[in-house]
Design a protein around this ligand. Structure first.
Ligand code: BTN
Length: 241
């Protein structure tokens, strides 16, 4: 059950709403909006948020902030993949580090922000999932759940399921078992050891092989040399599955 669900027809951004009303929010509360007029993605990019998609933020107020706050982004990515898996949507995985993909197409993204509030730190995890909306054609490689499954989804049911899954995983954090979330996250990552990937350099692209997966970087091998790459430097090889 969602203790407090703040739902709106339209806001600028659910993450921004969360920041404005942070004083009244409890851990586990959600902000949900049918549309966003100023949805934001990672790197301050515009996040196109028309009616039909699922645009929400969930708040965590842990008593102790973990050393690696990325765990909250992982928690959410894992929750979404598990909920979709239970709903029999196949081929959903996490494109390292935390985007939700169907094969080579982006279904959703997560924007986690940490707010310093007095001596406490509050985590706002914003989620954008293309559900019944058609992603705009100018957004490359995006897809919606409706396009994958051929049916309309009930947004409030999907939201409740994601909330419930994320609360189960949050229990692992409060019990000091963050590694269980990291292990699940590793299982759902599409780039596994041995996967051939496209490496993006200023000078052009090359092919490499994944050797190891970490939260902040991948270790890849190219021409017998191992190197670390960041999320912006790695992608799928076209036409490979
Ligand atoms: C990404 O760039 O992949 C992250 C996208 C996150 C979008 C969601 S939609 C709900 C919340 N409000 C925002 O303005 N952004 C996040």
């Amino acid at each position: 059950m969602i203790e407090h669900l703040y739902s709106y027809d339209e806001v600028d951004s659910t993450n921004q709403v969360a920041k404005r009303i942070i004083n009244v929010l409890n851990s586990g509360d959600m902000i949900w909006s049918i549309k966003q007029s100023a949805g934001r993605g990672k790197g301050e990019r515009v996040w196109y948020s028309p009616e039909g998609g699922l645009w929400f933020s969930i708040i965590f107020k842990p008593s102790v902030l973990p050393k690696d706050p990325n765990i909250y982004t992982k928690l959410m990515a894992v929750s979404i993949v598990r909920v979709l898996g239970k709903s029999k949507v196949e081929s959903i995985g996490i494109k390292w580090p935390n985007d939700i993909y169907y094969q080579h197409k982006k279904l959703g993204g997560i924007l986690t922000e940490i707010i310093h509030h007095g001596s406490k730190k509050i985590i706002i995890v914003g989620v954008g999932l293309n559900v019944n909306n058609d992603p705009p054609s100018e957004v490359e490689n995006a897809i919606s759940l409706k396009q994958i499954t051929g049916k309309e989804w009930e947004l409030s049911r999907l939201l409740k399921k994601i909330h419930s899954e994320s609360m189960k995983l949050y229990n692992y954090i409060t019990k000091g078992q963050r590694n269980l979330i990291t292990n699940l996250w590793r299982n759902y990552i599409i780039f596994k050891k041995g996967t051939k990937v496209k490496l993006i350099y200023p000078s052009g692209t090359q092919t490499g092989t994944v050797i190891n997966v970490f939260s902040d970087y991948l270790v890849v091998e190219r021409n017998g040399i191992k190197e670390r790459v960041k999320p912006s430097e790695v992608d799928f090889i076209e036409n490979s599955q």
